[in-house]
Design a protein around this ligand. Structure first.
Ligand code: ACK
Length: 993
């Protein structure tokens, strides 16, 4: 055994490679070394006192890198006091320093014969000085830091096994106040090898946090934190001043505030970098740069926004993130519906809104002269802006809806309306703006109502009245219609007179009776609105006029006698004259109203051509004879009862060529057939209204005999609607219905009863204007394939005809109103056949029992109500056409009201409704529903099917319905959908049958 303790340590350098890392050690970034013994390549040059105490030993590690160690092992001798002092270590700015010691220590127990003298600790001390004192060493100037003991000491056996038990101890020293210091290691009799000494202090290292840089910061010695202000990195700005705290442990704590990258820059690895080409960033912030929105580009780095591609724009206020947009394309499908001097314009949304949602419409009105109008775009029109009093409803600019009503236009004037769709960028691209134009010609405006009526004279049986001409006559007033009735009788019986001037005397009145009177003026455009009711009373029996002045009474009586005598004389004379003349002038005819009252002589009321003995006289009175050479027939478009219907062109001298429809009378006709054929022209020729088919003339002097009318591009309404199922807006449908009602109002004002009003007898032009056609008397019905013989003889289109007209041929304007209700139903159901395939007999029976057609799918409630009103059994309760026009006008002015639909989902859409019950029958039970089935063609069919719950019914398919005899497709579909609706209505449980 080797008893020299010093030799126990010799082995140490050989083992160092085991304990000292082979590669340079990387210290934590927040530790700054002031001394590292391992880093020293040469002698450390520390002072050892006394000189035989601590001994510097050189060794190499496994890389042959030299390292320096100190060791002492004077364990055999008493009173050891061996000092080892480092060189002077400048403190730099450290306040608190750390000393890390790595050492090995021999276990005293493992050394024989050293008991009592051997120690297992050594002391660590320091001296704070401002300068290097060289080799001058004084023990008492050192302050002890700590006694260092080994956690693990090694024994002889460890050495044999080459196990080295290296201890690491770290001690803090501070606050240091002088410029530098020495460290010293005092050995008092231990066997220790100091393998390495590292002296360091801690700092908070440079860092970039929240885009702010924080410099290296030396912590305070005390517990307090150092507050450090950050500096925003390049291309960024402070959002809130950035700050952090440096802890004594050299850690950054509590970041506050931050910096944000400038516009055009984005955050990338703690820096603000320019946006790449094709990207942009318009705001301050740490979001990424965004890709250029559609139709925009950025060619350079660091773009704040992307520029628009050619022909694309950005409106003021458009965010940079929004795509560049362009003006919208022109509105489409402009439809004009002319009513006297106003026009409803309706159009479709532009195909391309330019990529924006802020599309509005502007309507520009121009008054045009020259060229053609009425739907065509006219040739050489010279246009000027419309007068400022033309008014637009709701307005001319900034329209959000696709319809506008233009009123107060001049009568018989050409106007062009330019409808432009605008959006937020239209003003930036004036050259790209597009508009749709429509040119129209207004009709004559009806006169405004008479507002001032005066009573001039009153007697027992008569009254003289005068009035002021309407404020706006809108043409030459042809005459006034004076309607009066006893106040108590409430219009159930009334009398109508016509007067050319502004006064009238009403005779034959009851004494001491109150009367109500209304006046309306008539021009070529038709009647104006009626005046408000004016009340007057006749004198009592005992009363005579102007009792104060008997002279006046006398004059009055003698004048009256004279007038009576004169009247009698005239009457006799006229009576004689009339007896001699079989043909009567229309103005001289007396016409019956529907309610049996006499229509007194008037101007241009409808005249029945059959009252003419010679029908050709009637036709030439009302229709222009055309020269056949002016007519070119293009093609056959249909077949009428008397011959083919063709389309062609009419070119009259010094007039523009126009498209016409030509009805021909086929060869081999009888006299009666010719008469009946031309009767239609005689009737049509009396009418002049935008919603009545216009007669251009007749050809009677050569063959074939022809009736030439205006050409209606879209043909008859029923087939037109079927062709365009569900393609129109509510307002367009109401516009068509309004036209038909307006035409019918004109006919009823003329005293003409149509008798065969049905969608198939309405024609539609290219502007969607509907015109009533197919005029005649008994012939009309002969001609109509829908007409059926009734029990009383005569053919009647049962489904369209009012019950009283079917039952006892009571055809009136009120029965026309019934038919109008059916047309309304046909329009709203896009040409569906009324009552589907029910037989005529079933229809008559069902209607008689009070059942009515149900609302068509999606039918606005107001329109369905109007239908029901037209189908009132009591004909006097049906609306007059004037009222129908006004109801539809209101709907057009307030299109929102069309959105409320008559609810069809809560009941079967194919069933007739019982008018005597509530408006909308409830569908509470399956039994109710089955009751409702009774007027269907399949009414008995269901009795053969067993059904126990809604569930089974809801699963009914069209195939099932076919099996039970419902073979018609319309009802099939509707029954199936109704059963489904019923199912959802009652799906909370089985329904009693
Ligand atoms: O539905 P449509 O094409 O329109 O078929 C019928 C056919 O003739 C037999 O009446 C068409 N028709 C009748 N009058 C005119 C007209 N004035 N303009 C265009 N088509 C017409 C109708």
């Amino acid at each position: 055994m080797d008893c020299n303790p010093r030799s126990l340590l010799f082995i140490l350098p050989l083992l160092l490679s085991c304990v000292i890392p082979a590669f340079p050690v990387i210290y934590p970034p927040n530790e700054v070394n002031l001394l590292d013994s391992k880093a020293s390549q040469g002698e450390l040059g520390w002072i050892s006192y006394p000189s035989h105490g601590w001994e510097e030993i050189s060794g190499v590690d496994e890389h042959y890198t030299p390292i320096r160690t100190f060791q002492v092992c004077n364990v055999m001798e008493y009173s050891q006091n061996n000092w080892l002092r480092t060189n002077w270590i400048p403190r730099q700015s450290a306040q608190k320093i750390y000393v890390e010691l790595k050492f090995t220590l021999r276990d005293c127990n493992s050394i024989p014969l050293v008991l009592g003298t051997c120690k297992e600790t050594f002391n660590l001390l320091y001296q704070d000085t401002d300068d290097d004192q060289g080799s001058h060493f004084r023990e008492h100037l050192f302050t002890k830091i700590d006694t260092i003991a080994a956690d693990e000491s090694f024994t002889q056996m460890d050495l044999g096994d080459r196990i080295l038990k290296l201890n690491t101890e770290v001690r803090e020293v501070g606050p240091m106040t002088k410029k530098g210091f020495y460290l010293a290691f005092q050995d008092v009799g231990a066997c220790v090898a100091l393998v390495s000494v590292r002296v360091y202090f801690k700092k908070c290292p440079y860092i970039v946090r929240n885009l702010a840089s924080f410099p290296d910061t030396i912590p305070m010695d005390s517990q307090s934190l150092v507050e450090v202000k950050g500096q925003c990195v390049n291309h960024s700005k402070e959002e809130e001043p950035p700050r952090m705290y440096c802890s004594t442990e050299g850690e950054w704590l509590v970041p506050i505030g931050k910096c944000l990258c400038n516009p055009g820059y984005e955050e990338r690895s703690n820096t603000c970098q320019m946006c790449r080409a094709g990207f942009y960033k318009s705001t301050l912030g740490n979001m990424e740069c965004s890709k250029c929105p559609p139709h925009s580009v950025s060619h350079h780095e660091g773009s704040l926004h992307c520029g628009c591609e050619k022909n694309y724009f950005r409106a003021e206020g458009d965010p940079a993130s929004m795509a560049c947009t362009r003006p919208p394309s022109a509105p489409r499908n402009v439809i004009s519906s002319i009513n006297e001097t106003s026009v409803i314009l309706d159009w479709s949304w532009p195909e391309d809104a330019g990529g924006r949602r802020d599309v509005t419409f502007t309507v520009l009105c121009k008054r045009c002269r020259g060229g053609a109008a009425n739907g065509s775009n006219g040739g050489n029109l010279r246009c000027e802006p419309c007068r400022s009093n033309v008014h637009f409803l709701p307005r001319a600019t900034g329209l959000h809806n696709t319809t506008v009503t233009v009123g107060d236009l001049l009568a018989h004037t050409n106007y062009t309306f330019e409808i432009e769709a605008l959006n937020g960028v239209s003003s930036l691209a004036p050259k790209m703006r597009q508009y749709a134009a429509v040119t129209i010609t207004t009709n004559q405006a009806a006169p405004s109502p008479v507002t001032v009526i005066r009573k001039e004279k009153t007697s027992r049986n008569s009254v003289s009245l005068s009035w002021q001409q309407p404020e706006r006559p809108n043409g030459i007033i042809l005459d006034y219609e004076i309607k009066y009735y006893e106040k108590e009788e409430q219009e159930t019986s009334y009398t109508i007179l016509r007067a050319r001037g502004c006064n009238v005397t009403l005779n034959g009145l009851k004494p001491n009776t109150a009367y109500l009177l209304q006046i309306r003026a008539r021009t070529a455009a038709g009647y104006g609105a009626t005046s408000p009711s004016f009340q007057f009373e006749t004198s009592p029996d005992s009363f005579s006029i102007s009792s104060e002045n008997s002279q006046v009474v006398l004059i009055a009586i003698s004048s009256a006698v004279a007038i009576i005598l004169l009247t009698v004389l005239l009457y006799v004379l006229i009576g004689r004259f009339c007896c001699h003349s079989k043909s009567k002038h229309p103005d001289e005819k007396r016409l019956h109203f529907g309610n049996g009252h006499l229509r007194l002589p008037g101007i241009r009321t409808y005249v029945d051509p059959h009252t003419y003995e010679d029908p050709s006289q009637a036709v030439h009175e009302f229709a222009k004879e055309l020269d056949a050479s002016c007519i070119a027939i293009d093609k056959v478009v249909g077949a009428g009862e008397f011959g083919e219907v063709c389309s062609g062109r009419l070119k009259l001298p010094s007039k523009k060529e126009i498209c016409v429809a030509i009805k021909t009378l086929k060869g081999g006709y009888t006299d009666k057939q010719r008469r009946d054929f031309l009767a239609e022209a005689s009737i049509m020729g009396q009418f002049d209204h935008p919603n009545i088919i216009r007669l251009e003339g007749v050809v009677t002097r050569s063959k074939p005999v022809m009736i030439v009318t205006e050409y209606m591009e879209n043909g008859s309404l029923d087939s037109f609607l079927r062709k365009h199922d569900a393609q129109f807006t509510g307002i367009q449908l109401v516009g068509m219905l309004r036209g038909i009602a307006s035409g019918m109002k004109y006919l009823s004002d003329m005293g003409y009863v149509h008798r065969d009003l049905a969608a198939r007898n309405i024609l539609v032009n290219s502007n969607l204007v509907c015109k009533v056609s197919d005029f005649g008397l008994s012939r009309v019905l002969e001609d109509d394939p829908e007409a059926a013989y009734t029990t009383r003889g005569g053919k009647i289109p049962i489904r369209w005809t009012a019950p009283e007209a079917i039952a006892y041929r009571k055809f009136t304007s009120a029965s026309d109103a019934w038919s109008y209700g059916i047309v309304l139903w046909e329009v709203m159901s896009y040409g569906e056949r009324p009552y589907w395939e029910m037989s005529n007999q079933d229809v008559i029976k069902a209607v008689d029992e009070g059942y009515r057609l149900p609302p068509p799918m999606d039918c606005p409630a107001t329109l369905y109500q109007l239908m029901l009103d037209c189908w009132q059994k009591e004909r006097n309760n049906r609306p007059k056409f004037e009222q129908i026009v006004s109801i539809l006008d209101k709907l057009i002015r307030n299109p929102g009201s069309l959105k409320i639909t008559a609810n069809t989902t809560s009941r079967p859409a194919n069933l007739l409704l019982d008018r005597s019950s509530s408006e909308v029958p409830s569908m509470g039970t399956l039994g109710d529903w089955m009751d409702g089935m009774r007027t269907l063609p399949c009414k008995e069919a269901f009795s053969g099917v067993s059904y126990s719950s809604c569930d089974t019914l809801a699963k009914t398919s069209t195939e099932d319905l076919k099996k039970v005899g419902v073979t018609i497709v319309g009802p099939q579909k509707k029954i199936v959908s109704s059963l489904k609706a019923l199912d959802s209505h009652t799906k909370n449980g089985p329904v009693p049958v």
